[in-house]
Design a protein around this ligand. Sequence first.
Ligand code: ADE
Length: 222
Amino acid sequence: MKLVTWEEIVEWSWGLAEKIRQSGYKPDVVIAIARGGYVPARLICDFLGIENLLSIQSQHWVEAAAKGEKAIIKFEYEVDLSGMNALLVDDIVDTGESVILARDFVKKRWKPKELRIAVLQWISPVAKIKPDYYYMEVKEWVWFQYPWTRLEDVTQFIKRIVTTELKEHGKKRWTYSEIKEYFKEWYGIEVDERYYRKAVENLVESGILSRESDDIYALNVK
Ligand code: ADE
């Protein structure tokens, strides 16, 4: 797992915008693939001076680093982009399925004059598509912990740790600091304290953990 900071996102989006500018392509409209493409798409609008920004929700990954069933377009609304140069933006092309689905939908239903694809990262060995623009080619698959999925990811990963430790070692009770230590050990990254706190709260709320005392959490076995 690789932690990505807000500063890196600005750096990468800046570099991506430069590549688009240098290619001579002048998008009239940017289409953010929700939800991962929102921040990069907004920054690209800023860096290239583009006013028109809209979005399409193509969802593939249902939980952090675990594949969902397949990609779907969640809200199929109609927009007329005829005569316009469009730029479809996402954070990452991993398998490429959600980008392919969004591209096909936009081409067929929104009918832009031209549609190009820009992403921050392209995982070339697994991707079914090569985007027109990418800031970074990734040669070995890794989970990027982007700043906009920090809480969601930390929650999922802690859930994975506690359920795996139960299965493999019968571990049922956790102190809060153990949870943090295991997280650092397993994933090799650290996040702000507030994310661990909230993630544990989330797991208590969803019934996966119970708070036994001030610092002790028990895993609820089903
Ligand atoms: N979404 C899909 N693939 C991803 C990856 N490898 N890292 C972060 N987010 C992703």
